[in-house]
Design a binder for this molecule. Structure first.
Ligand code: CAA
Length: 419
């Protein structure tokens, strides 16, 4: 079977701020953030972290846990809406940091939060023609809104990496449906002009566009595939966790279920449990649907094998895609809880300082050889003569490689057979 998802991994920033602290600082009732939006804390990047280092870390972990995969990567696509350059793609930096083969097609793709799904679907098709090779898909973003804006509490950051390839048996993670339902329209619901570092958004309108896209893409899926069978789980793009509740509610009503109590019970069973990681990491834009998928894997483990899931991907602007997947026998364990436990909590003053520092780090002349390195595998040292400088953090590799290897082995008791 070609074009299946073999495995996945996740990376998240080193710091976080709680929504209790943010609510107090912004003079907002904490219930609005925690109950209304469903957000409990949000990830904040430290000095030396950016979308490239997050992407490199997620991909590096994926390659580490799949022995022999690096040499077989023939395609590497990065999906992001936090591009660091108008021309040079993030995949170029990954190519050197991860020591990928030279015979490897690399590029970056953008369509708001939809880019990861676009990359994934491209990789599936590529895999049909290149069954002996593997595709590496990396979604990486830092969600930034203006401070004090309604979107501020839905920020976050992180990266998800997927390995796509061939499997002779059921030793894979997820097989996607042959058909997808698509809906596209030209709207200004959420966007970021080239001259701005934070996104602009028409909040309520963007929710409406998302829900309209969901229903239209679902109808298109049923029309194209003839499949309207019930699924075991549903995962959605998660700009903030309550959006998944709104999406589930709208979809079930569209399917003819009106009873709010029935809908709520169904939400608690098929959707809610998987949202736990999104609640404490925040929006990671392109990877956020896949973070929800990862949250489900971490929670249910091997129970998922042979179960069916519906996936809804939304990218503002907009493009919506509804598709389904059937789990194989190799449910990835991502070590998400360990990762989250290793984060450091900061207060709102520090979050604001880091927010400003990350913007300054984007400017030419920010290069700092003496940067106090965070304990992460790759670090961004700043910009020197208009070139971004990244470094493998040798101290991290020295101190942590052994524990990473142990973790990888634990997570990955069965190594996939690479053909
Ligand atoms: N206790 C409990 N609940 C409370 C509360 C309290 N004290 N105070 C308010 N609430 C509830 C409100 O009733 C509301 O719930 P419902 O939506 O169920 O009615 C919820 O909290 C949010 O309150 P508001 O609607 O007043 O919030 P807001 O207008 O200030 O901001 C937002 C909400 C528009 C989503 C804003 O966070 C935003 O702009 N976010 C970014 C845009 C976004 O995420 N859009 C989603 C679709 S676009 C997309 O998906 C792409 C992407 O990734 C961005």
């Amino acid at each position: 079977m070609e074009g299946v998802i073999l495995d996945m991994s996740v990376s998240i920033p080193h710091y976080f701020v709680s929504h209790e602290a943010l609510a107090e600082a912004r003079g907002v009732a904490v219930g609005k953030y925690k109950i209304g939006l469903g957000c409990h804390s949000m990830a904040v990047c430290g000095q030396g972290e950016d979308v490239v280092t997050l992407a490199a870390e997620a991909a590096w972990k994926l390659l580490e846990k799949n022995a022999g995969s690096r040499e077989k990567i023939g395609l590497c696509i990065v999906g992001t809406e936090s591009g660091v350059d108008h021309s040079k793609p993030i995949s170029s930096y990954l190519h050197s940091l991860l020591e990928l083969p030279s015979s490897c097609r690399i590029f970056e793709i953008k369509h708001a939060c939809y880019s990861g799904t676009a990359a994934l679907q491209m990789a599936r098709n590529w895999s049909l023609q290149n069954p002996d090779e593997l595709a590496l898909i990396v979604m990486t973003d830092i969600a930034r809104y203006e401070r004090h804006s309604p979107g501020e509490s839905t920020q976050g950051g992180g990266a998800v990496a997927l390995l796509i390839g061939h499997s002779d048996d059921d030793d894979y993670f997820l097989e996607l449906s042959a058909k997808s339902g698509i809906h596209a329209m030209d709207v200004h619901d959420f966007w970021r002009p080239n001259y701005l570092s934070s996104a602009l958004v028409k909040g309520k309108y963007s929710i409406q566009c998302y829900l309209d896209g969901l229903v239209a893409a679902y109808d298109d899926y049923v029309r194209r595939s003839g499949d309207n069978e019930e699924v075991d789980y549903l995962a959605f793009h998660v700009p903030f966790p309550s959006m998944a509740r709104k999406a589930h509610n709208r979809l079930l009503k569209h399917q003819g279920i009106e009873d709010e109590e029935v809908i709520f019970e169904d939400f608690k069973e098929r959707v809610e449990p998987a949202l736990w990681a999104n609640r404490i990491i925040g929006n990671i834009y392109s990877g956020s649907l896949y973070l929800m998928l990862g949250g489900l894997c971490e929670l249910k483990g091997n129970e998922l094998s042979d179960k069916k899931i519906a996936l809804f991907s939304y990218g503002s602007g907009s493009c919506s895609e509804y598709f389904t997947g059937t789990f194989g026998q190799r449910i990835p364990q991502l070590g998400l809880r360990q990762l989250l436990d290793s984060r450091i909590e900061i207060d709102v003053t520090e979050y604001e300082r880091l927010h400003d520092a990350s913007l300054l780090a984007e400017r030419d002349g920010s290069y700092n050889e003496e940067l106090d390195l965070i304990p992460r595998p790759f670090v961004f040292l700043g910009v020197r003569e208009h070139e971004r400088i990244y470094r493998r953090n040798e101290a991290f590799f020295k101190e942590n490689l052994e524990s990473y290897e142990t973790l990888s082995n634990e997570l990955n008791a069965a190594t996939i057979q690479l053909h």
